[in-house]
Design a binder for this molecule. Structure first.
Ligand SMILES: C[S@@+](CC[C@H](N)C(=O)[O-])C[C@H]1O[C@@H](n2cnc3c(N)ncnc32)[C@H](O)[C@@H]1O
Length: 354
């Protein structure tokens, strides 16, 4: 096993200074108790199971502020993690145009320009006017020209304009599919793919409930000959059973998020599930990726991985000191280019379907 560390997302993420300052300015203009209350109510709504046909989760200025204070930092971190893992597989790729679908206050725009400063033309589609207003205010405070000149469009995805028009190098569906009724998601994914010239990133919270949404979208895109950039090492349906594929991204919490959450901890590990699907294949294959935190005990260390051959758990016995310590230190989310060599042994295996 090698190269696990070289294809890792950033160890920890902080909001860009200009974004944090812009959110602080917006929050300062509203009573603190109000956005704190809205943030906590929103957090509960986002955690509750959804069928997809409920009223919008966030509407109006106070709820948009609550979102920016509490949820946006976490989704920003998740997006940074997924974009970095994708970029690691396609180091030469340099997108210039981007469409953020269901943009909220523009979280993915900020994460994408951080990952790819080559982006020069950004478009955000959002249904809720309060998010568009807030998103505009935030991007106006940016030091990045592309962010400042973002084109904000009020669009309901369920009535999106025909996809015969413009295509974008990068398209993001960030934390939006899970808000839609299940029978409407397929059409939104198909439409997003039609608008994708390069890479389509689908990302949802890393929960057992949201992972199937990502898996279904990836399965759908595979039938359109999409290539998997990350996290999977192959272009077959995911063989994972009784588990969900998700990854952590550490976020250094901005002070306003700690206030909104009422939690003193300086950081959180924000979990996400994602599929980065492209119109081109990555230049080099990987053998697999670590899809759970590596565990260890007095006898052995174990790493659950998704590989080109299937889901494989590798084990190193403690008496094989070097292999044991090597496996124990491998990071969750790290990709590796070669199958592990003995004395690291596969102990469980679920095959990729033919
Ligand atoms: C959880 S937020 C995600 C915002 C942002 N993409 C992020 O990752 O932080 C989901 C967003 O999708 C928007 N949305 C939900 N249904 C929509 C629809 N039918 N058309 C357009 N936007 C929609 C919501 O208004 C909200 O801003």
């Amino acid at each position: 096993m090698s190269d696990a560390a070289s294809t890792l997302p950033p160890r920890q993420v902080t909001l860009p200074d200009d974004l944090a300052a812009a959110i602080e300015r917006a929050l300062a203009a509203a009573p603190r108790q109000q956005w704190q209350r809205e943030a906590q109510a929103l957090s509960q709504r986002y955690r509750a199971p959804r069928a997809g046909d409920e009223p919008p989760l966030a509407t109006g200025r106070d709820q948009a502020l609550g979102y920016a204070a509490l949820i946006m930092p976490a989704t920003y971190a998740q997006l940074r993690g997924a974009l970095a893992a994708s970029a690691a597989r396609i180091p030469e790729w340099q997108p210039a145009t981007m469409l953020d679908i269901g943009s909220g206050p523009g979280t993915a725009l900020w994460a994408a320009v951080e990952q790819w400063p080559t982006l020069r033309s950004l478009t955000a589609w959002e249904r809720e006017p309060a998010f568009i207003t807030l998103g505009r205010e935030l991007t106006r405070g940016s030091t990045h020209v592309a962010l400042k000149t973002t084109q904000w469009e009020r669009i309901d995805l369920l009535r999106a304009p025909s996809a015969s028009g413009q295509r974008y190098d990068l398209v993001v569906l960030g934390h939006v599919l899970n808000e839609l009724a299940p029978d409407l998601r397929g059409a939104v994914v198909a439409d997003a793919w039609q608008r994708t010239a390069g890479l389509l990133l689908i990302i949802e919270p890393g929960t057992s409930a949201a992972f199937p949404v990502v898996r279904a979208a990836r399965d759908q895109l595979l039938t359109h000959q999409a290539h998997t950039i990350a996290p999977c090492a192959h272009d077959q349906p995911c063989p994972l059973v009784n588990d969900w594929c998700h990854f952590p991204q550490r976020l250094i919490r901005p002070p306003f998020q700690r206030q909104a959450r009422g939690a003193p901890s300086q950081w959180e590990d924000s979990k996400f599930s994602y599929a980065a699907m492209a119109r081109f294949a990555p230049p080099e294959q990987i053998w697999g990726r670590i899809i759970r935190e590596v565990t260890s005990n007095k006898a052995y260390a174990e790493a659950k991985t998704s590989t080109r051959a299937g889901i494989t758990t590798y084990r190193a016995l403690k008496r094989h000191k070097e292999a044991y310590h090597y496996l124990r230190k491998l990071p969750w989310g790290g990709a590796f280019v070669q199958p592990p060599a003995p004395p690291i042994e596969p102990i469980e295996h679920e095959r990729v379907p033919e």
